[in-house]
Ligand binder design. Structure first.
Ligand SMILES: Cc1cc2nc3c(=O)[nH]c(=O)nc-3n(C[C@H](O)[C@H](O)[C@H](O)COP(=O)(O)OP(=O)(O)OC[C@H]3O[C@@H](n4cnc5c(N)ncnc54)[C@H](O)[C@@H]3O)c2cc1C
Length: 297
């Protein structure tokens, strides 16, 4: 039987993970990425002035990122991470200096809560309120619908100092969004999964290589080893889904001179089919594009 041909659109974490699993499962897999490099919102690039490689995206992973860590294991990239023995994060304050959220050597479930209670950049009262607030937020589910992180923190009585020295850095680091706009429900999920799910979930795994190298290199290798193809600089201009009985039948176009032309694409639908409208999408630079091409995977 001929293997099913699947085209994955987008070479970020999600697209790469899907393509790796499809290729390994025996599907004829083609991954198309609009930009000239893989990684999506998580990539590294060389600074044009200093030449230094800069990471953009989640360069520090928590143990609670189980799917991301599974994915790295799956593509053989786990050894590129250095995992902390216990949670330890330093925060800097202009006047108070450095303070650590650091877990003591106590049994697992107690580690992260005690790390909050020992946080030096807050007074004793604020630390207790910090811990109680974290517990209350983590326990709240539907009650947070429609609330922002800033509103939810006010609901559980967090002081401006606690917000400035702990909550806001945490919200921005984990949600990539200011507390005034970030939704409270996913933030509560972060607290539940990171601070109240045991010691392994709370500790950090830091990449020992640039972010692109951490996972796009090995992911591409895994796709190609499974017989798949990865094409960068290939923007999909349209998807034309046919009747429900043929799910996934789609067509694609590419704007990359180096990539195969639309007519050479092994789309499942015939080119003459009404579903197939190959046309070139203008290549656009994303707002988050790096100033120069990143390290290629
Ligand atoms: C600074 C920063 C910090 C972050 N920190 C964390 C964190 O601590 N924890 C966490 O969980 N997450 C974090 N994130 C978010 C995380 O990086 C993203 O959720 C994740 O990378 C998204 O992956 P994705 O594959 O879903 O989407 P994307 O990364 O957006 O990938 C989509 C890809 O599809 C491509 N594409 C789009 N349209 C087309 C088309 N028509 N044709 C071809 N290709 C197309 C895009 O170019 C892109 O490469 C952070 C993000 C940033 C920027």
């Amino acid at each position: 039987m001929t293997a099913r041909h699947v085209v994955v659109v987008g070479g970020g974490f999600a697209g790469l993970a899907a393509a790796v699993r499809l290729a390994r499962a025996g599907a004829r897999t083609t991954l198309l990425e609009r930009r000239p490099f893989l990684g999506g919102r998580a990539y590294s690039f060389a600074d044009p002035v200093t030449g230094e490689v800069v990471d953009n995206g989640p360069h520090a992973l928590m143990g609670a990122y189980t799917e991301a860590l599974d994915f790295l294991r799956e593509i053989g990239a786990s050894a590129k991470l250095r995992v902390q023995p216990r949670l330890r994060v330093a925060l800097a304050h202009p006047e108070l200096g450095l303070g650590e959220v650091a877990a003591p050597a106590v049994p697992g479930p107690l580690q992260a809560p005690l790390a909050l209670l020992r946080y030096r950049l807050l007074g004793r009262g604020d630390r207790v309120r910090l811990f109680a607030g974290a517990l209350r937020l983590a326990a709240r589910g539907r009650g947070l619908a429609g609330r922002t992180v800033a509103e939810a923190l006010a609901d559980v009585g967090q002081s401006p100092a606690a917000c400035a020295r702990f909550w806001h850095p945490l919200a921005i680091a984990t949600l990539n969004e200011t507390p005034e706009t970030a939704a409270a429900a996913p933030f509560a999920a972060v607290l539940r999964r990171a601070f109240f799910a045991g010691a392994r979930a709370a500790r950090f795994a830091l990449a020992t290589v640039p972010l692109s190298e951490l996972y796009t290199t090995d992911a591409r290798r895994a796709i190609e080893a499974g017989g798949g193809t990865v094409v960068t600089g290939a923007a999909v201009a349209s998807l034309a889904l046919e009747a429900e009985r043929t799910p996934g039948r789609s067509c694609c176009a590419t704007d990359a001179a180096s990539a195969p032309t639309p007519s050479s694409w092994p789309c499942r639908a015939p080119r003459s089919s009404a579903c197939c409208r190959p046309r070139c999408a203008p290549r656009r630079r994303s707002a988050r594009s790096p100033p120069s091409a990143p390290r290629r995977s």
